[in-house]
Design a protein around this ligand. Structure first.
Ligand code: ARG
Length: 342
């Protein structure tokens, strides 16, 4: 018995919810792990029908959004048994904005979702007649030999319009973002079971939106626009116009979420909380595994405490694993093809 346990240390770890919480606690890229014990698990392992799976995902979003007081939530669908019965969500997150290809080769919307947008179009999704930068993509759900494509009801998606406390012109940029980041394409691996469909969410850290989603040149690329409005010297790299604009954009993200009562953590608080998490773990005699390059926030790194230390990186199960995009798997390709024939 003892020997068995040693050989399979991950067996009998406890309830599904305990294992899900451990997967979060073990996520080497996540700075928000102090809150791992608050994760709420919805057990939907009995569902097979794509329509019922979609309904469960809408419920997930509604309960997790909770009017802005976001509840870390995970919905677990059935464990992997065979390719024929696999359940997968094809979207990277439950809420994502479309990428519209325009005639001039430019993209309107979130370029990160170009491949997914193309798949949605191929499956019959119709983009709005006047395409915009923040058009919600439908959910694409695979189960058995079916693919279902479903529009999220407006009420299930809370969004925040961005404005800045000091610059009235900011609002006219028309920027917005959604409240709940719900990763939906990762595997939840417990050690006993593998769940290819187990979407989960926490709340945002401001810089994810303000220093990446809306700022990266291969995403919404808003720094030049903001710098222009601020009247900065964009011709001179050394004027640090990018850095100024980045700060203003991040102020707007934090200000707007806070004003709307939508939960969000700034990078300084997140960093302090992560240090507390490390202390708790170390006090309990456990080692924290973390990837420095992901833990350190994408702006003002050295002003946060997480920057000034090292971490070991030996990921453990339970954990979340990445998987090949569903439309690139043999099964995905086959289902897409069949869908076209029908
Ligand atoms: N970085 C991703 C985004 O900007 C979200 C990843 C998960 N983030 C989280 N706070 N749980 O959409």
């Amino acid at each position: 018995m003892q020997a068995d346990l040693l050989r399979c240390p991950l067996a009998n770890l406890g309830s599904l919810q305990d294992q899900a919480r451990l997967a979060w606690k073990n996520s080497v890229r996540c700075i928000g792990r102090l809150h791992w014990k608050s994760l709420q698990v919805r057990d939907e392992r009995s569902l097979e029908d794509t329509g019922q799976i979609f309904d469960a995902l809408v419920k997930h979003l509604e309960t997790a959004t909770n009017g802005g007081r976001i509840i870390p939530t995970m919905t677990v669908f059935s464990a992997w048994k065979s390719p024929e019965s696999e359940i997968r969500i094809w979207n990277h997150q439950l809420i994502r904005y479309a990428a519209h290809e325009r005639g001039d080769g430019k993209i309107l919307g979130d370029p990160m979702n170009l491949a997914l947008t193309k798949v949605a179009l191929a499956l019959g999704w119709k983009a709005p007649s006047t395409p915009g930068r923040f058009d919600l993509l439908p959910l694409i759900i695979q189960s058995g030999d079916k693919i279902g494509i479903y529009k999220l009801p407006k009420g299930a998606v809370l969004e925040v319009k961005l404005r800045h406390p000091a610059y009235p012109w900011f609002e006219a940029l028309g920027l917005r973002w959604y409240a709940v980041p719900a990763l939906s394409d990762q595997i939840f691996a417990t050690g006993n079971e593998v769940y290819p469909c187990a979407p989960f969410n926490g709340w945002y850290m401001g810089t994810e939106i303000g220093a990446r989603d809306l700022a990266d040149t291969n995403r919404y690329n808003q720094l030049p626009v903001i710098a222009e409005k601020l009247g900065l010297e964009t011709q001179r790299r050394g004027s640090l116009w990018r850095d100024h604009a980045l700060l203003v954009l991040n102020e707007a993200v934090i200000h707007s979420f806070m004003s709307d009562g939508v939960q969000l953590v700034d990078h300084h608080q997140a960093s302090n909380e992560f240090i507390r998490f490390c202390k708790n773990e170390e006090t309990a005699g456990r080692q924290v595994n973390a990837d420095w390059s992901w833990i350190v926030p994408p702006m003002s790194g050295s002003t946060t405490r997480v920057f000034h230390r090292n971490y070991v990186l030996n990921p453990e199960l339970p954990n979340f694993l990445t998987q090949v995009p569903a439309w690139k798997t043999e099964r995905g390709k086959m289902l897409l093809q069949r869908h076209h024939i029908l």
